[in-house]
Every structure is written in structure tokens, then in C-alpha cells.
Ligand binder design. Structure first.
Ligand code: DHB
Ligand code: FE
Length: 287
């Protein structure tokens, strides 16, 4: 039986990955950020999910402007680490779960979500930095990963409402996974929070907006789905649109959730870094 038990949302700032790779977690600039990740790493080691369904955006590494899938799901055995211009990060290969991924593809498409199917998909910092945040530097990633790439780079990205509905469809899909294998699943939404990398407002930070988003994610996610792209652009910056991917995570876990960890820190590179972890309460009811 496969079950979605956990939801994690986290920023995926590449400089965080570089700090981990370069052994800089204890330097004065990075220490306050990484101290806040300690609880998340402990929680992750205890929860020990078997599979991560990880919503992230590709930053013109697997896809470029020639090909822009709105929602793309990786069904391969393994996903190579993308070369983002400085050579690929020296992190372990990302191992997939083709059986569950193909089940998701079938269920989601028949549920009217037109997924792009990827047999080959190099994965960039959007996917690998969250793994490093949650696991540090292991020899192998402890969980298998199903990459779910979302276009938030080229306008128009999917709406928050569509992302939330996709999360709910992922939950329905997992509930019908026929395999006997016991699978504890975590769904991850990545990117954001305040995030503007370009133009006159580069390094724009809006902590009140970010805090409100974190506060509402557990009990007012439907309200968050009403935020328009223009409002996200105004309030969270041009790359703050990545926050729609957090709603895939929220749609996929149970209606009632328990927040088990939160961390928010500014600055990480030119952006804010947020992290929040939920446990689905339905799965915690004693049997
Ligand atoms: C940066 C890049 C990202 O993709 C992101 O989500 C946040 C920050 C950066 O280049 O600093
Ligand atoms: Fe990003």
C-alpha cells in the first residue's frame, strides 16, 4: 500500500546547494540559515519516506524555449544531474520509481491532467537543492524521487488553483496504486518565497507576504489559490511565481495537517528562504 503521509515546501536557492557542497554551512553568512534546517533534517531522518514526489521547476536546463511543458513527470530509473554552467553538482544520482511514476501518469491523464511524460530528464538545482537541504551530503539519496517539473519560467504558468487540483489528483492516483509494496510518500513543493532575480527590483523581499503565505498554507490553501499571477509578481517578485508549486504539495496531503517544522530566513543569495513541513493527520489516526 502506498500513502502520502508528508508534505514539505522549501525554497531551492542554488547558492544554498553551493554552500553545502563547499562546506560553508558554519560560516557567519550561512549559519543562521542552516541552524534552522537542523530540525528538518532530524525530522526527515525519522520520517524516512521511501519516495518523494517532488514538484520543482526546471531553470532552462532540461528544457529550453524550444519545448515548454506545463507539467512534466519523470518516469525513468535515474535522472542525471544537470550541468548548470559550472559542471554538474557532485551529488548522488537521483533514482526514480518508474512503476509508481507510470501509475501516476496513467491515473493523472485519465483524470484529465495532460502530463508530459519524460523518459530522460536531467534535474537541476530546483530538485537537487531541496534534497541537500533535507538530507545533507549522503553517499546515496535515502529516497527514490519522482520529478514533477512545472513551467513557471515562460508566461503563462499554471494557476495556483490548477496546481492545487493537480496535488489532489496525485493523492487520488496514489490511493489506487495497486502494488503491495509498502510505500511512505512525501510530496514536495519547491521554489519561492520572495524571489526576484532580475530588473530594478532584483533582491526584492516581502517578509509580511511570505509569513502570511506560510501561515495560511495549512488551513487556508484554497484562499492561497485565489492569488493571481499579477499579485504574486507584485508581492513576491518576478520569480515568486514559483510559490504555486507549494500548492501541489498542499493539495496532495490530507485536508487536515499538522505543522511540524518551519524556518524562514533572509537573505539567501538575493532571495528569502522558507521551509515548512506538514504531517497529514488522517494517516496519524491510530488504527
Ligand atoms: C536563485 C535561483 C533560483 O532558481 C531561485 O529559486 C532562487 C534564487 C538565484 O540564482 O539566486
Ligand atoms: Fe528557482
Amino acid at each position: 500500500m502506498a500513502e502520502i503521509l508528508y508534505g514539505v515546501a522549501t525554497s531551492h536557492v542554488p547558492a544554498i546547494g553551493a554552500a553545502i557542497d563547499g562546506g560553508k554551512e558554519d560560516t557567519p553568512y550561512w549559519k543562521p540559515l542552516f541552524e534552522g534546517y537542523e530540525g528538518a533534517r532530524k525530522w526527515m531522518a525519522d520520517a524516512d519516506p521511501d519516495v518523494l514526489i517532488l514538484a520543482y521547476n526546471d531553470h532552462a536546463n532540461a528544457f529550453d524555449l524550444d519545448l515548454i511543458p506545463t507539467f512534466a513527470i519523470g518516469v525513468a530509473d535515474q535522472f542525471p544531474i544537470a550541468d548548470e554552467g559550472y559542471g554538474p553538482r557532485l551529488v548522488p544520482p537521483v533514482v526514480g520509481h518508474p512503476e509508481l511514476a507510470w501509475h501516476l501518469v496513467e491515473s493523472l491523464i485519465l483524470d484529465e491532467f495532460d502530463m508530459t511524460i519524460c523518459n530522460h530528464m536531467p534535474v537541476d538545482h530546483g530538485l537537487t537543492v531541496p534534497l541537500s537541504i533535507l538530507y545533507g551530503q549522503p553517499e546515496r539519496w535515502p529516497a527514490k524521487v519522482i520529478p514533477l517539473a512545472v513551467n513557471v519560467v515562460q508566461f503563462p504558468p499554471p494557476t495556483g488553483r490548477r496546481c492545487y487540483a493537480l496535488g489532489q489528483a496525485i493523492r487520488r492516483a496514489v490511493e489506487t496504486y495497486p502494488d503491495d509494496e509498502e510505500l511512505k510518500i512525501a510530496v514536495l513543493g519547491t521554489g519561492g518565497m520572495s524571489n526576484q532575480l532580475q530588473g530594478e527590483r532584483a533582491a526584492f523581499i516581502n517578509t509580511p507576504f511570505d509569513t502570511d503565505y506560510l501561515n495560511r498554507l495549512a488551513d487556508d490553501a484554497e484562499g492561497l489559490t485565489e492569488i493571481t499571477h499579477t499579485e504574486l509578481l507584485r508581492d513576491a517578485g518576478s520569480e515568486g511565481i514559483e510559490l504555486v508549486m507549494w500548492l501541489i504539495m498542499r493539495g496532495a496531503i490530507s485536508k487536515d495537517v499538522r505543522e511540524v517544522h518551519r524556518h524562514y530566513h533572509v537573505p539567501a543569495s538575493n532571495t528569502a528562504a522558507g521551509l515548512i513541513i506538514f504531517e497529514g493527520t488522517e494517516a496519524l489516526v491510530p488504527t
